[in-house]
Design a binder for this molecule. Structure first.
Ligand SMILES: Cc1cc2nc3c(=O)[nH]c(=O)nc-3n(C[C@H](O)[C@H](O)[C@H](O)COP(=O)(O)OP(=O)(O)OC[C@H]3O[C@@H](n4cnc5c(N)ncnc54)[C@H](O)[C@@H]3O)c2cc1C
Length: 387
């Protein structure tokens, strides 16, 4: 049996649901095919269960892509205020946790229920437990599934990235892009903890749980947030942010005392010695970490020159991670469908009319802080309004 629709959307995550709502509101008959037994599983676990659904200070600079200009158009035409208006219409209580990051007061379930309710009102048909077997191009697109064939002149791919495979992430979106000859930018896990090499791990990881406010940077980016030592390496918001920019065999620089003159206290101490140095570092780093770090980077002498070197090292601790914790622990996937393949206004393929890609499957990755959902809403709305 062939089910005919105006548009078929693959994936009922953040982007797919938003696209379906916008297209449904415009009178389009829309089917959303979802592999899992419920929609929006990632929304439910997001933001520690409270869903950081957008960010008040959303700017194009908060996104990583081979083409930093690509996201601008969709982001400008669906701003955080539009999603906030939807949240307020549904009387969902929320708060600004920090840095403009908006979280639900109660639970991420509020956001999912809001999207499902908007979808029902717009007449969207959600088909769960859909096993997509084949996609053909004949009189539009035909999607073969375990629950029959779905035919539509428009196919929207919203199957997300590769992170958290146990929640049902698959490579279907990339496979479809390849099937239709679209280029893919190499993918890698991002917003992910970093694993230290064996030597550093032995040195620091028994301090798991210790955290400090740091400035962490690569050649192309810098973030000032909390860093956390874990059993295998480093995590915390600062490290998750920099992981998006980190490449294998490269190092990151960590300023352990942003904006502070650390050695002043040692220079002015009655005696320049390890006790004075420990005291100085413990002024801004947790005690155990300060002591351990100084054991490794003990100054060779107490001359002004040696203290200058210590000052430099505190502000530029160079760490070469061995790896990331991988897709199992990553919040997002960097890379994906090349943006040059898509219209930045509608997200439609330039090569294959009627074929759209939205959300995380596209080579646009947000920083930590609600930006990834904002991209999902904005790209979903851009496509939904073009159908
Ligand atoms: C633990 C965690 C916490 C996060 N917290 C936040 C946060 O607080 N704020 C924020 O902005 N971002 C957060 N993110 C990132 C955010 O969840 C994603 O960027 C966003 O969900 C991407 O939306 P999407 O619709 O493109 O993909 P997804 O939400 O991943 O949706 C893709 C959908 O496609 C379905 N699918 C996949 N393969 C198939 C297939 N073969 N057939 C049919 N369906 C398929 C999936 O089951 C899924 O429902 C978090 C991510 C994780 C992993």
């Amino acid at each position: 049996m062939v089910h005919k629709f105006d548009a078929v959307i693959l994936g009922a995550g953040a982007a797919g649901l938003m696209c379906a709502i916008e297209a449904g509101k415009r009178g389009r008959r829309v089917a959303v095919l979802e592999r899992a037994n419920r929609a929006g599983k990632k929304i439910l676990i997001s933001g520690g269960g409270r869903c950081n659904f957008t960010n008040l200070h959303c700017r194009p600079e908060n996104f990583y892509s081979a083409n930093p200009h690509f996201a601008k158009s969709a982001l400008a035409r669906y701003e955080p205020s539009e999603f906030i208006a939807l949240v307020e219409k549904h009387r969902i209580p929320y708060h600004d946790k920090t840095l403009g990051q908006l979280f639900c007061d109660r639970s991420a379930q509020d956001i999912l229920e809001m999207l499902e309710s908007e979808g029902r009102t717009a007449g969207v048909q959600l088909i769960l437990n859909s096993n997509i077997q084949e996609i053909r191009c004949a009189d539009g697109f035909i999607v073969s599934t375990n629950s029959g064939e779905f035919q539509a002149p428009v196919l929207v791919v919203a199957t997300g990235g590769l992170s958290i495979p146990k929640l049902g992430a698959t490579s279907l979106g990339y496979d479809i892009a390849r099937q239709f000859g679209l280029k893919i930018r190499e993918t890698r896990p991002a917003l992910v903890p970093l694993v230290l090499g064996i030597e550093d791990r032995t040195q620091y990881c028994d301090l798991a749980g210790v955290s400090a406010e740091v400035d962490v940077s690569t050649d192309h980016s810098a973030f000032r947030e909390k860093m956390l030592i874990t059993h295998r390496g480093l995590s915390g918001p600062a490290i998750l942010q920099i992981s998006t920019y980190w490449r294998e065999h490269s190092s990151i620089r960590i300023d352990l005392a942003p904006g502070r003159d650390v050695t002043l206290a040692i220079r002015e101490a009655k005696e320049r010695n390890m006790a004075a140095a420990r005291f100085a570092l413990q002024g801004f780093l947790p005690k155990r970490f300060a002591t351990r770090w100084l054991d490794v980077y003990a100054p060779s002498s107490w001359t002004n020159r040696a203290l200058e070197e210590l000052e430099r090292q505190v502000h530029e601790w160079v760490v070469e991670p061995a790896d990331t914790e991988g897709y199992e622990k990553a919040e997002v996937t960097v890379g994906g469908v090349e943006t040059e393949e898509l219209s930045s206004k509608t997200m439609e393929s330039r090569r294959v009319p009627g074929l759209f890609f939205i959300g995380e499957v596209v080579d646009v990755t947000g920083h930590l802080g609600g930006f990834n959902f904002q991209w999902a809403w904005a790209s979903g709305a851009a496509a939904g309004r073009a159908l």
